[in-house]
Design a protein around this ligand. Structure first.
Ligand code: UDP
Length: 493
């Protein structure tokens, strides 16, 4: 029977957020009995294997395997391989040069897959920004699925970029930031220029980063099917627009952390295992500092603002100080993830810190370099999340029922934060602002008073919808879509 079991190869872009969501899908597929090969870059492979949680998560699946290919990033100084977001786009080119041959070699070297019980790869699930993987899949006649790790609203904005340029809506002038955008269907009443993906702030329609996104997005339409880590209950109109105009075979199976919890529960019930289901489904490339969980245990319920800007965002020293003063002046407690590589300028960092700031932080703050984020968000002491609106962070916060203060940084994050504040009403959008008095006001409004009551109502509702969408007993939309995806994968083998 081994020959008829589908063998899916999952290939993420080698950064934290993309790996997290695609590794969740890998585990979900493993639980469903599918053979999975997960392609890491050599650099990340050794980092992953350092962490026992990844090994214990996948140790029970004999049909799961990591493979590593070269990425040409070993000489990059930054811990994630990228020193800033513009570099991130520039480096994509470099990554393709190194990874494409390694990827093709992995698929064509017969002995590799044919000799093991899992058989040849029957389907490739490639990151939506690795267009070359779709090319290789086509070349080898293997069905391909493009996995976009962004929101549906972000994806639709990306797909509309050529129309926005043709209609003269982008580029726009600084004074037009608050002008409404007309050419992203369904968003005409609330999407302003400032809410568009960060690349749209380019002054020239021929900007290389903007053009890269346009090209890569149009590439992804060539895949046989698409996966988005989102759910119908919050993005239904956009999802149907994506299906009707761009991606007919679109499977929305998110939030993947909720779907994974569902499947872990159901498999542990079926195997009458008594082991509890872990809240965490991330696989960090950084070492998690779990001391923050002990600190959280000592804080009152819903009293802490969790602050994290994901794995890539960088802030200037000035922004960092403004955020810090804002948090301290609000008088609320805070837990702040400060990656060692997150400051754009490090000079005189210490000389600018007042004794008062340091004292206040000792009293009611805690800082770590990397946190077990999903566990933090699910801790009873956490009352709000000051986030950069990365899509994984947004979904994790929604599932945990934690309202957000959004301070978007790049990519589609400005669109996500607009949806959080205007459509889902699960947070407030602090976009383009970070002076200490604004931060203080946002934190105070978020942590107490009428605004908080209002936000908590919709946040709780969205959290329930997120759980239900992946629930088997509720026959949730993401669970149904996942079953349809399984069907697609089984038919392709
Ligand atoms: N994350 C984490 N610990 C941290 C900060 C972030 O585990 O201290 C995880 C977070 O849970 C999320 C991912 O890193 O799954 C960040 O992805 P996101 O899409 O939010 O942002 P990106 O890093 O891609 O900008």
């Amino acid at each position: 029977m081994a020959e008829t079991t589908p063998h899916v190869l999952i290939f993420p872009f080698p950064i934290q957020g993309h790996i997290n969501s695609m590794l969740k899908l890998a585990e979900v597929l493993c639980i469903s009995g599918i053979s999975v090969t997960f392609v890491n870059t050599q650099r990340n492979h050794s980092r992953h294997l350092t962490f026992t949680d990844v090994q214990s998560r996948f140790g029970g699946f004999p049909r799961f395997c990591f493979e590593a290919i070269p990425d040409g990033l070993s000489d990059q100084p930054h811990s994630s391989g990228f020193s800033s977001f513009p570099d991130f786009l520039g480096l994509l080119d470099r990554v393709e040069k190194f990874m494409k041959p390694g990827f093709r070699e992995l698929l064509t070297s017969n002995h590799r897959f044919r000799s093991d019980a899992r058989g040849p790869v029957s389907c490739i699930i490639a990151d939506g920004i690795l267009g070359f993987a779709i090319d290789v899949a086509h070349e080898l006649g293997i069905p391909s699925i493009s996995f976009r790790t962004i929101s549906a609203c972000g994806a639709l904005c990306y797909l509309c970029l050529p129309k926005l340029i043709n209609n003269g809506e982008i580029p726009f002038k600084d004074e037009d930031m608050d002008r409404l955008i007309k050419n992203v269907p369904g968003m005409e009443n609330f999407l302003r220029c400032r809410d568009l993906p960060s690349f749209c702030r380019a002054k020239d329609a021929n900007d290389p980063n903007l053009n890269f996104v346009i090209t890569e997005t149009s590439y992804s339409t060539r895949a046989t099917a698409h996966i988005l880590n989102t759910f119908e209950e919050i993005e239904a109109p956009i999802i149907s627009r994506l299906r009707s105009s761009y991606w007919p075979n679109l499977y929305t199976v998110g939030p993947l952390n909720a779907l994974l919890s569902t499947l872990r529960r159901s498999s542990s019930t079926n195997s009458s295992s008594s082991s509890s289901v872990s809240v965490s489904s991330n696989a960090s490339l950084y070492e998690e500092d779990r001391s923050c969980m002990t600190w959280l245990d000592k804080q009152p319920e819903k009293s802490v603002v969790y602050v994290s800007f994901g794995s890539l965002a960088m802030v200037s020293r000035e922004q960092w100080l403004e955020l810090w003063y804002g948090l301290v002046n609000s008088s609320y407690r805070f837990l702040w993830v400060r990656r060692p590589d997150s400051l754009t300028d490090k000079d005189n960092e210490k000389s600018q810190m007042s004794a008062e700031l340091i004292e206040a932080t000792k009293e009611r703050g805690y800082m770590v370099e990397w946190a077990p984020q999903e566990e933090v968000l699910n801790h009873p002491a956490v009352g709000a999340f000051l986030t950069h609106s990365g899509w994984n962070s947004t979904l994790e916060s929604m599932v945990a029922g934690v309202p957000m203060i959004c301070w978007p940084h790049s990519a589609e994050q400005p669109v996500n934060s607009r949806y959080v504040s205007e459509v889902w009403k699960t947070g407030m959008d602090m976009k383009d602002n970070c002076n200490r008095s604004t931060v203080e006001k946002f934190v105070r409004d978020m942590m107490d008073g009428d605004k908080r009551q209002e936000l908590m109502k919709s946040t709780t509702k969205v959290s329930q919808m997120a759980q239900q969408s992946s629930s088997i007993s509720c026959n949730g939309s993401s669970y149904r879509n996942y079953e349809a995806l399984l069907d697609f994968i089984r038919k392709s083998c």
